[in-house]
Design a protein around this ligand. Sequence first.
Ligand code: PBE
Length: 268
Amino acid sequence: SSAESFGKQVKHEIIGIDPGAGIMKATNKAIEAYGLSDWKLIEGSGAAMTATLAKDIKNKKPIIITGWTPHWMFSKYDLKYLDDPKKVYGDAEEIHTIARKGLKEDDPTAYEFLDRFEWTSDEMGEIMTAIEEGAKPEDAAKKWADEHADRVNEWIKDLKPVNGNTLKLSYVAWDSEIASTNLLQYVLQDKLGYKVTALQVEAGPMWTGVANGDVDATAAAWLPLTHADYMEKFKDKVDDLGANMTGVKTGLVVPSYVDISSIEDLKK
Ligand code: PBE
């Protein structure tokens, strides 16, 4: 009933994603900072979270999830971030590309391309939405690259292609990172002559792989806040190539039909 608090309606459960994600750590901090000790953060995956979201929205049920932008869910559904007056989820967040130490000397073509790579959330959104609508990730990435040759050419201009050098990327199965990593893989392979392996792993191994040199690079480092603890641990062992996207965001997200607007409202 409408007299029931939002917390009771959702059994005080926040639908989370994989435990290694920075947004999970931020959410545990939010539970602490906002005094939400009766709330539980449910672990799962990005795919399980969006499946639960789809089901509850279809039934117009209340739900609260850990969300981030860019993500196709914001174009598919009417959603809102809860205000975060304590800024537990940070402020000006970016996605960075990080490379292993030594890649610059060992493989200047790949390094220079990865260093130049930078795009917008709208551009990523085109690939993400195509995948959500059923395209294979590699096909969606190829189609995007072929239709945006001007953009791709800015990133590869005057770079000397190689002859089948191998290159390893790591990423987590977050929808945003599936889009970016498939695009990088396509350009590195089809335009620059690399044989690319894209390793889908958890967030911890994604960072560790780059730090210990098993992996050449990842385009999935969310900084300065979301992956702050990974960066703190590995800052001397990785090469931060800077932002490949700015203006990204994480937080707690609810459907617009839910009648709360701030994380503080979860106390009621
Ligand atoms: N995310 C998407 C990740 C980074 C990319 C926000 C789910 C995280 O929380 O670590």
